[in-house]
Every structure is written in structure tokens, then in C-alpha cells.
Design a protein around this ligand. Structure first.
Ligand SMILES: NC(=O)c1ccc[n+]([C@@H]2O[C@H](COP(=O)([O-])OP(=O)(O)OC[C@H]3O[C@@H](n4cnc5c(N)ncnc54)[C@H](O)[C@@H]3O)[C@@H](O)[C@H]2O)c1
Ligand SMILES: O=C(O)C(=O)C[C@@H](O)[C@H](O)[C@H](O)COP(=O)(O)O
Ligand SMILES: [Zn+2]
Length: 359
């Protein structure tokens, strides 16, 4: 197992990455001092595959697990689902010594993490990510929350887990679509923070698509190292952390406008990154060749690169709700060449017009 420690003033925690780790979750929770009842929040797709081994391991380590299922899909990352989780936690009699285990992808992790942040004013939680996207991104760094009909992740909290345990073997059962969606966040790290990682991805497209376990282990660990480095310097997104929003400003707007149904998060981010590369080139931050490299990699891994057809007015309204909006101006992440970034201010109207006129 590879371990990466994320060191924060609030508290530090380990990210364990390796094959076959799920059966060790009970011992790992014990080792970080957790006790009492454990609520395993998961969904009907993941539960039949992995809830048994997780609850078995927790029982063996002396915990009393209860499984709470939420419906599968981004459209259920809502206040209604969150309330149903609170109901179940109360019914199960969880107290302040109890903890939550988020077993699933980013939707489960974000929602269960927010439940942990708010239930009884905060109980510990553990991330057990089972999608590529969750292993490289959402399980790390403590952003938790739910969507609102008007915008992505508009309700939430910064709340760090006690532990992240990423079992790479779970990726074998992930659908092609969701696996590729995870590659979007991997490309993001390379495009704005690590030129070497970007070049590795370009060279290893075949291995990535075949889910070569050794390559995946290396790539997941590198992404977590990069994210830990960013979050350690700026846990609550005062500045630097916004770089992790590369591709997300337009991406989140497209997700919202699709009613959280047509595009999954990674697909929306892929489209947003291609738009960001084009805007970066237009502003003189990168070359036509850089835009081509980003677009080609996105397309080679089977992700969409063309913006969906949306009304400019709707796009402006949605962009105006972005959390990076300050007095009508958005802090937008451009790539400076490949592997580096620069923030540029755009109004929602400028972004929407650039995006919609490009068609
Ligand atoms: N908190 C953060 O920092 C952060 C970062 C990136 C994304 N996110 C959020 O993450 C979410 C997207 O996460 P996601 O891409 O994991 O989507 P997801 O959670 O919807 O999972 C994708 C699909 O894969 C299924 N699944 C999960 N693990 C599986 C497995 N091992 N085998 C088979 N099927 C499996 C799920 O049931 C679901 O149907 C979005 O809500 C996004 O906003 C949060
Ligand atoms: O961890 C971060 O910071 C990120 O921005 C990671 C993103 O990939 C992720 O989608 C995040 O949920 C977006 O955060 P938001 O604050 O823009 O909603
Ligand atoms: Zn994201």
C-alpha cells in the first residue's frame, strides 16, 4: 500500500492506495482511534459489490456497522436525500462517538461527508472511494456538500475525513463511462499543475483505457500528492485551491443546465477544460499547439469536447451563481502552457459569449 499524508492545521490524515484494501478497513478505522457504531453510507449499485466485505471487516474489528443506502445518481445529491440519511442515522441511534463510512463514488462521498459534518454538529467520517474520480479527487481535501437546482455544490462544508482508503481493485467493476469521466480530473491535474503527468498520460492512453493496475496505482498516487500539496497550502480556497476548478466554471454550468442528468461531472469538466484551453489561447496564455494537446487527450480517452447547445442567457444566469463570483467577476482558471496556470477575470457574460459564439 502507498500512503500519502495530508498535513493540515485542523488535522492530518492518511490516504492509503493499493489493491485489496477493503478487507482492512476495520483495522484501519481502529488504528486512527475510531470507536462505536459505524454507518456505511452507500448506494444500490455499490452495496451488492462491496458493502459485505466492508461491514465484515468493521465487525471483525469490533464495530457495529449499519448500512444506509441512498439512490444512485447526481440528481439525488440533494437536501431530500441528505434528510433521509439524517433520519436513518437517528433511527440507528448513532451518537457523537459514532462515525460514517462513505463507500462509493463522489456523490456518496460528498453527501455522506456533509452528513458527517452536520449530524450532531459533526461526527468523524472515513472516505472509501470506489470510482476513479473519487480516488483521484473527491475523497481528498474535505469539500463536502450537495447540489441545488440553481447550482452545483452550493450547500456544503469544508470537513476533512479521518482517513481515505482507496482500493484500486474496485475500479475493475466500474462502467466504461464513469471510468472515463474520472480520467477528466486526472487530465486536469496534468494540464494545470504537472506537465510531466500530462506527458505520461499522452504516452500511456492505451494502458489507461485498459486500466493497467500498475499505471493506475502510479497515476492515482500522483494525483493525490498534487491535491494534498494544494490543499495543505489553502484548505478553504482563499486563493491557490481554486486552480482545482480548472474546467469547472463552465463545466458546473453545463451540469446544472442539464438538470444533473445528461452529462456526468467528469464529462462536463472535460468540455470545460477544452473551453478553458481555447480561452487561454485567446488571452495569450498558451499556444494553439497546447490547445490541440488538451483537446486530443480529452478525445483520445473518449470524453466529450464540444459544448452542449444552451441558451446564452441561461449560461450567464448559471455562471453568475458560481462560488468564485466576486461582485460580478469570475476568477477563471486558464492554463499557462501545459502544466501551469494563471487566474484571469471574466464576467459571466464574457464567458458565455465566448463559449456560445465558438459554435
Ligand atoms: N469533493 C470534491 O472535492 C469533489 C471533487 C470532484 C468531484 N466531486 C463530485 O463527485 C461527483 C462525481 O463523482 P463520481 O464520478 O464518482 O460519480 P458517482 O458517485 O455518481 O459514481 C459514478 C457511478 O459509478 C457507480 N459506482 C461507484 N463505484 C463503483 C464500482 N466500484 N463499480 C461499479 N460501479 C460503481 C456509482 O453507483 C455511480 O452509478 C460529483 O457530484 C462531483 O461534484 C467532488
Ligand atoms: O477540491 C477542490 O477544491 C476542487 O475544486 C475539486 C473539483 O474537482 C470538485 O469538482 C469540487 O467539488 C468543485 O468544488 P466547487 O467548490 O467548485 O463546488
Ligand atoms: Zn471536479
Amino acid at each position: 500500500m502507498k500512503t500519502i499524508t495530508i498535513q493540515l492545521d485542523s488535522h492530518s490524515y492518511d490516504i492509503g492506495i493499493g489493491e485489496g484494501l477493503l478487507s482492512g478497513i476495520g483495522a484501519a478505522c481502529k488504528a486512527v482511534g475510531l470507536a462505536g457504531a459505524a454507518a456505511v453510507v452507500t448506494n444500490p449499485t455499490v452495496a451488492p459489490l462491496y458493502a459485505g466485505v466492508v461491514t465484515g471487516s468493521l465487525q471483525q474489528a469490533g464495530f457495529t456497522p449499519v448500512v444506509i443506502e441512498i439512490p444512485d445518481g447526481e440528481e439525488f445529491k440533494t437536501g431530500e436525500t441528505l434528510n433521509s440519511v439524517y433520519d436513518r442515522l437517528l433511527e440507528a441511534g448513532l451518537d457523537r462517538r459514532s462515525f460514517i463510512v462513505a463507500l462509493g463514488g463522489g456523490v456518496v462521498g460528498d453527501l455522506a461527508g456533509f452528513a458527517a459534518a452536520t449530524f450532531l454538529r459533526g461526527i468523524p467520517f472515513v472516505q472509501v472511494p470506489t470510482t476513479l474520480l473519487a480516488q483521484v479527487d473527491s475523497s481528498v481535501g474535505g469539500k463536502t456538500g450537495i447540489d441545488h437546482p440553481l447550482g452545483k455544490n452550493l450547500i456544503g462544508a469544508f470537513y476533512q475525513p479521518h482517513l481515505v482508503l482507496s482500493d484500486v481493485s474496485t475500479l475493475k467493476t466500474l462502467s466504461e463511462r464513469h471510468y472515463r469521466a474520472g480520467l477528466a480530473e486526472v487530465i486536469k491535474y496534468g494540464a494545470v499543475l504537472d506537465a510531466e503527468l500530462f506527458a505520461l498520460l499522452e504516452a500511456k492512453v492505451d494502458g489507461l483505457l485498459k486500466r493497467d493496475p500498475q499505471l493506475l496505482g502510479r497515476v492515482i498516487a500522483r494525483c493525490c500528492e498534487i491535491k494534498a500539496w494544494v490543499v495543505e497550502q489553502d484548505e478553504r480556497e482563499g486563493g491557490l485551491r481554486a486552480v482545482l476548478n480548472y474546467g469547472h466554471t463552465l463545466g458546473h454550468a453545463f451540469e446544472t443546465l442539464s438538470g444533473y442528468r445528461d452529462l456526468v461531472h467528469g464529462e462536463a469538466v472535460a468540455i470545460g477544460m477544452v473551453q478553458a484551453a481555447q480561452l487561454s489561447q485567446r488571452e495569450g496564455y498558451c499556444s494553439v499547439g497546447d490547445v490541440e494537446r488538451i483537446t486530443t487527450l480529452v478525445q483520445q480517452v473518449g470524453l466529450p469536447s464540444d459544448a452542449p447547445v444552451v441558451a446564452t442567457e441561461d449560461l450567464i444566469t448559471s455562471l453568475a451563481k458560481d462560488k468564485k463570483n466576486r461582485s460580478g467577476t469570475l476568477q477563471y482558471v486558464c492554463n499557462r502552457g501545459i502544466g501551469s496556470y494563471v487566474f484571469h477575470q471574466f464576467t459571466p457574460a464574457q464567458l458565455a459569449e465566448a463559449c456560445c459564439s465558438g459554435r
